[in-house]
Design a protein around this ligand. Sequence first.
Ligand SMILES: [Zn+2]
Length: 320
Amino acid sequence: MTRRLVYSIAVLAAALAVGADILWCRPAAAQAPDVATESWSGERAMADIAAQLKFTPRSLDTPGHQATIDYIEAQLAPTPFKAITKQRFTYRGDDGVEHALTNLVARLDPGNSRRVIVATHYDSIVHAYRDAKNPDAPMPGANNSASGVAVLLETARVLAGLPPPPFGIDMIFFDGEEGPKSLGAGDPHWFALGSPYFATHLGDFYSSRKPEAGVVFDMVCYRDLRLSPELYSLANARNETVKFWNIGAAVAPSVFLNAPTTYPVGDDQTALVRAGIPSFLVIDFEYDPWFNTTEDTIDKCSAARLADVGRTLVRYLYAR
Ligand SMILES: [Zn+2]
């Protein structure tokens, strides 16, 4: 993902205006539904991160990329999300190199026309370009990108033990979020590949009714996790963003902050929004000095913080 500074002044002004509204929505405890979330295990999510790190590098066109796909499929097999569609496509970069990409779409209750998207990306950056000593080293990516995958996998396990919600859920593991050129390694012209492809092929999954909401996770394991409502999300999916943050504030008040980000963050939520699906991003983008360096390793992650995020997600889903 990247900071996107190309949004218009009007969009930013609107985002700031609605961002201020979030302060009016507290206290939040009454909005958190009474759903059992204790079974959401931060330790199991940490194990998901550790497993992915063994496949590093996990960028496009690597064996670790395919190993990550295999791991996701294996972990979902015992859950209600075991029916997985692999949305395959290719992208040819400016350098003439063609990349094979695969979005994984795991569907709960696929016959239900009411749907919600829960998404992340599983590809990692090709090299740790912000690392002062080893900018060409493989990117471990414990936080970016293994943590989002871990949140989705553990949530799938937990949902297996809860009553089915009255709507279907599509867990989407997007490919190519890090982009085509140097796979996002500092490319100033970054753009995601997997989510725009999905967003322009909605007919592959939805015959008429679009999903009513989408939530995207990225960089959510940091031991000092602080989550602020993201500007683009507030501008385009205000109600869903506020609902999620209010529930989060009840679950983990030190993690979910009132004040919005001071800049929009480009990630997979933007393509979903452009496709007409109100979607928001959950990200802790303040991850220096480790962001996209060789130090993005599992010791920076916390089982407790992962559980804060996962339990908020489960409550959010059952609050519909
Ligand atoms: Zn990411």
